[in-house]
Design a protein around this ligand. Structure first.
Ligand code: FES
Length: 180
């Protein structure tokens, strides 16, 4: 399945930004990731209460929090690894598993909830054969429910990577998957 044309995407909703294709992970990329992580930790090393911002930034930079990342954060901030794990597993915002190549975020904020977000999630779960929070077996899509995506007038809304699909129906949400 190809990435689809802009026209195909427009049929399904509204595009805000173009997605950049992700490159395969190489040893070079892994080194780059360690450098990024070290820079994040260094910025917070002396601050109190730095753990949550460090976890947030590390996840934003690396996609998820691997065991290695958690160990490095614990070491860098001088905290027991068990404490870092405890915080990372307590808050649902943190992901401990890698995400698929395409991240689908279905908005469940108030406007989208009223507009039928539950049925959008259900349609996607059925189309993908996974539940909320899971990744398809081929690693292509991860499905996740999120709070307000900031474009409530388009409710119900979802984003796939950096593209926003608005005024969704069950059918258009499932159809949008074909763009990827
Ligand atoms: S409630 Fe869904 S975008 Fe704001």
């Amino acid at each position: 399945m190809g990435p689809g044309t802009d026209n195909q995407r427009k049929k399904h909703g509204i595009i805000m930004k173009n997605m950049k294709p992700k490159k395969a992970k190489t040893a070079k990329a892994t080194t780059r990731e360690s450098v990024r992580l070290r820079k994040i930790i260094d910025r917070y090393r002396k601050s109190r209460g730095a753990l949550i911002p460090v976890l947030q930034e590390a996840q934003a930079a690396l996609g998820y929090l691997s065991a290695q990342t958690i160990e490095a954060i614990a070491q860098g901030l001088g905290l027991p690894a068990s404490q870092v794990y405890g915080v990372a597993t307590f808050y649902t915002q943190f992901r401990l598993k890698p995400v698929g190549r395409h991240l689908i975020r279905v908005c469940h904020g108030t406007a989208c909830h009223v507009g039928g977000a539950n049925s959008i999630s259900e349609a996607l779960e059925e189309a993908l054969g996974i539940k909320d929070g899971q990744t398809t077996l081929d690693g292509k899509f991860t499905l996740e429910s999120v709070a307000c995506l900031g474009c409530c007038s388009l409710a119900p809304v979802m984003m796939i990577d950096n593209e926003t699909y608005g005024r969704l129906t069950k059918e258009s949400a499932a159809r949008a998957l074909k763009d990827f």
